[in-house]
Design a protein around this ligand. Structure first.
Ligand code: GLU
Length: 458
């Protein structure tokens, strides 16, 4: 058989650049499988941009972007309510400061390790670039398990965590926020300890703060709201709307709750939510007041929702994707929607899938959805509303101002429209119309890569 000439294979030359690069990333970051997955997903879409912009290859932008600027790992000792001592591991990966201070959340969950933090930090670079706001990319957290811990234990853990982390933070340096296991309560304890150690009321050093001490309206709602706004934009570009659609949401944390709220406001019926024990189906539509009472006020489980609502059924030990829906919003955690789930969703006629969580859809599942013509929004575009509103919180802190809910929500809606449009037009410009994965990766990458070229060898 004759060898195919490069000209006949789209981006063969660029793939020859990318493959050895990826092999080297695997070799140098062994065992970090989620990081490999996140890198692979970006690199495999960059062929067309490297073909048009060879200066990115010459300047070794990919090698530089895939290597964090700084990685911090530290000991977090704390004592529980019985006086027993525990030792956890703390992380902060300061990935890229090209566009602004490192920005990204902290995750407290037993699954946290360096590979998880690096995958999240890597995604954050492109996500933050897409928002158009002046924020770099970073992520942190700990393998601490907050489940079942008292407020006093959570406070002591946060204080110990910040006792080390504070020296690496600053409103112009690195600005953490929440993620899984870190919400308003934890941000409060972290901020208090930062203030006490540094003797500075530096509001812009953390986002997701309480409304009375530097927090911003809409930050709590922003990730879920933004994800639904993005979904509405995707449907609009296909001549449809969210009104009357049946939606399956996974998760029952902050992202899921406010995705449900916005979807309901836009006339959709959300029939599911879940946690690690199983899922709830509620054919009448989720009663959000009840869910909030259980999850936000009581820190309870979704099984309790079904116990308290006659219309709802709890299905233990399973995921939500068997429930037929028009739109699926995975809002729980990474790799929660697998190939078999995607096949089921397609069989049931799903039109759109938007990631409220970070990387919840496996690469095989993404392929199934895209090949079936389902509108698929990757997390770095669809869930960017949270970090974008964090940047709005920083803006308010810098100007010692606070905006109304309506004004802030309108800014969020504008940002989500802007992200949608730039993904859409970039995908079209690079020959993959309708492919939001290509659009998001290339649009984010170009912004960071251009700035890196301008800033010299950094
Ligand atoms: N953890 C969120 C994310 O994945 C928010 C980060 C932030 O607000 O800094 O984007």
């Amino acid at each position: 058989m004759q060898a195919t000439p490069d000209s006949a294979v789209p981006h063969a030359a660029e793939n020859r650049v990318i493959e050895p690069l990826y092999a080297e990333i695997l070799r140098r970051n062994q065992g970090e499988k989620e990081f490999h997955q996140a890198v692979r997903e970006v690199l495999e879409t960059l062929g067309p941009v490297l073909a048009q912009r060879p200066e990115f290859v010459d300047a070794r932008i990919i090698e530089r972007i895939c290597e964090p600027e700084r990685q911090l790992i530290f000991r977090v000792p704390w004592s529980d309510d019985s006086g027993d001592i525990h030792v956890n591991r703390g992380f902060r990966v300061e990935f890229s400061s090209t566009l602004g201070p490192y920005k990204g959340g902290l995750r407290f969950h037993p699954s946290v390790n360096l590979g998880i933090v690096k995958f999240l930090g890597f995604e954050q670079i492109f996500k933050n670039a897409l928002t158009g706001m002046p924020i770099g990319g970073g992520k942190g957290g700990s393998d601490f398990d907050p489940k079942g811990r008292s407020d006093a234990e959570i406070m002591r853990f946060c204080q110990s965590f910040m006792t080390e982390l504070h020296r690496h933070l600053g409103e112009y340096t690195d600005v953490p926020a929440g993620d899984i296991g870190v919400g308003g309560r934890e941000i409060g304890y972290l901020f208090g300890q930062y203030k006490r150690i540094t003797n500075r009321f530096e509001s812009g050093v953390l986002t997701g703060k309480g409304l009375g001490w530097g927090g911003a309206l809409v930050r709590t709602e922003a990730t879920g709201y933004g994800c639904v706004m993005f979904t509405a934009e995707m449907l609009r570009s296909r001549g449809e709307s969210l009104d009357g659609q049946r939606i399956a949401v996974s998760g029952s944390g902050n992202v899921a709750i406010y995705a449900i709220e916005k979807a309901q406001q836009l006339g959709a019926t959300v029939v599911t939510c879940s946690d690690s024990d199983g899922y709830v189906v509620d054919e009448k539509g989720i009663d959000l007041a009840l869910l909030k009472e259980i999850k936000e006020a009581g820190r309870g489980r979704v099984a309790e929702y079904a116990e308290r609502r006659a219309e709802a059924v709890f299905v233990p030990g399973a995921g939500v994707w068997d429930v037929p829906c028009d739109v699926a919003l995975p809002c729980a955690t990474q790799n929660e929607l697998h190939e078999a789930d995607a096949l089921t969703l397609v069989r049931n006629g799903v039109k759109a899938v938007a990631e409220g969580a970070n990387m919840p859809t496996t690469p095989e599942a993404v392929r199934v959805l895209q090949e079936a013509g389902v509108a698929f929004a990757p997390g770095k575009a669809a869930n960017a509303g949270g970090v974008a509103t964090s940047a709005l919180e920083m803006q308010q802190n810098a100007s010692r101002d606070s905006w109304t809910f309506a004004h802030t929500e309108e800014r969020l809606a504008e940002i989500m429209r802007h992200i949608h449009d730039s993904c859409y037009t970039t995908a079209e410009r690079y020959g993959s119309p309708g492919n939001y994965v290509v659009g998001a990766n290339i649009a984010g990458f170009e912004l960071v890569a251009d700035a890196m070229l301008a800033q010299g060898l950094i």
